[in-house]
Ligand binder design. Structure first.
Ligand code: FES
Ligand SMILES: [Fe+2]
Length: 447
């Protein structure tokens, strides 16, 4: 079923590939730097310090391992970098810059004629997974380019059939700091999926723990119509947040919602300024009542999974761009282009039996459309028209996104690296070739 609905991702990936850089370099002044994006906001606005193409000094989920196969290398784009993926001599996914170090053509349009190597389509420079040129076919076996031509290498690791990539210029941090702890717990079962939003990465995650829109934006989502209580209660009081290890902001919901005498949030409330109620109609309650009987997600164990996680990985935001949400999902908004994000979902469950594992897999297939396309697609629709370069007037419930921006601009590894005297900028521009030894060993077992 998964492959049947991959047509959307395939189409977007073809479009991304069609837009990849070529010929003379054209810099779009509105898109490539924060300052040019944010011309309408004051000098001290924290958005000026947010890189449009994301934080670099982090591990990111890159691609399902199974997507890299056969004799053709795979073109991929992450944080605006053109990357080529192929299998090295050990069969692990290697990631190199897609720009051939000889004369700059696109390696991904080449071939893997020899197992474990990728050959450039122009003059046949052939590279190993460590980025070294091992043959230069057009110059013959004695070419001086062999051993003297080096590609930029991105360190990768494969965990549970997903390839992760280190995008930083610095020494890779321990991957355990950047990915959910459930990945390393043998008793968890992982269910993964990805799609695309036409939204900048920050706007794609800022919708978490703000004045939460579940009751409004998602009123006609399958999730809302099948659950009596999806999303946070309406409240003029912000949830508090706590920064942990300069890597996450954990949400602490204060429970200041409006409650009926029975302690439940009322379905419909009166807004005196418009002399009307929201929601406008109560007919949705019939659906909620009906479908709550079949609340498959609850039954499938997709909730409560994070209770065992360390505090850093409780509900909230986690750098570089992940959201830990109720229902057991970790959702990354990974920058591809300034206004295009790859949304990667990892769901974890803890089935106790083989039948339970089977049941969770079936349930994930069932929930993939309601969550990743229907519910989350509505967030994309709401966030895409945001004009991120205009002045804002915050509500009290926006407090957590202010914390998030501050963490990105002041506390993130990129910020720390920028403050180091020896660093010449780092940041989000073109990266210098890394002299870091690549790591491509699998560190987890397949689920
Ligand atoms: S451009 Fe790649 S070998 Fe010449
Ligand atoms: Fe939402």
């Amino acid at each position: 079923m998964g492959s049947l609905i991959r047509f959307l991702e395939d189409r977007v990936e073809r479009e991304i590939e069609a837009r990849k850089s070529r010929g003379v370099r054209v810099v779009d002044p509105r898109a490539q730097t924060s300052s040019s994006l944010l011309m309408d906001v004051p000098e001290n606005d924290s958005r000026r310090g947010v890189p449009p193409l994301g934080l670099r000094e982090y591990w990111y989920p890159l691609v399902p391992d199974s997507k890299v196969r056969g004799k053709k290398p795979l073109y991929w784009n992450i944080l605006g970098d053109d990357v080529v993926l192929f299998r090295d001599k050990k069969g692990q996914v290697a990631a190199l810059s897609d720009t051939c170090a000889h004369r700059g053509t696109s390696l991904s349009e080449g071939d893997c004629f020899y197992e474990g190597f990728v050959s450039c389509p122009y003059h046949g420079a052939t590279f190993a997974g460590d980025g070294e040129c091992v043959a230069f076919i057009c110059e013959g076996p004695d070419s001086k380019m062999v051993g003297n031509l080096h590609m930029k290498v991105y360190p990768t690791k494969t965990i549970r059939d997903w390839v992760f990539i280190w995008m930083g210029d610095g020494e890779p941090a321990p991957i355990e700091e950047d990915v959910p702890p459930e990945l390393f717990e043998p008793e968890t079962q992982m269910h993964a999926s990805y799609t695309y939003w036409t939204t900048n990465w920050l706007m794609a995650i800022e919708n978490h723990s703000d004045s939460h829109n579940a009751f409004y934006v998602h009123r006609n989502s399958v999730s809302q119509l099948t659950s009596n209580h999806a999303g946070r209660d309406r409240s003029p009081v912000a949830p508090t947040g706590r920064i942990i290890n300069n890597r996450s902001i954990v949400t602490v919901h204060p429970g200041h919602g409006y409650y009926d005498v029975d302690g439940k949030s009322p379905y419909q409330m009166y807004y005196p300024g418009v002399d009307g109620v929201w929601p406008l109609h109560t007919y949705r309650k019939m659906w909620i009542w009906f479908f709550d009987i079949f609340n498959a997600r609850k039954r499938a164990g997709f909730t409560g999974v994070f209770k065992k996680a360390p505090e850093e990985w409780a509900l909230g935001h986690h750098l570089p761009c992940a959201v830990r949400a109720g229902g057991g999902s970790t959702r990354w908004a990974i920058p591809v282009e300034p206004n295009l994000s790859r949304i990667v979902y990892f769901y974890f469950t803890r089935p106790k039996t083989a039948l339970g594992r089977f049941w969770d897999r079936v349930m994930f297939k069932f929930w993939r459309f309601p969550m990743a396309y229907n519910f989350s697609g509505q967030d994309n629709t709401a966030a895409t028209p945001v004009r991120f370069f205009t002045p804002e007037h915050f509500a009290p419930t926006d407090s957590q996104l202010i914390m998030l921006r501050k963490l990105i601009t002041d506390g993130s590894r990129d910020a720390v690296r920028r403050r180091q005297p020896h660093d010449n900028g780092g940041g989000n521009g073109a990266s210098a070739p890394s002299d870091t030894a690549p790591t491509r060993e699998p560190v987890g077992s397949a689920s």
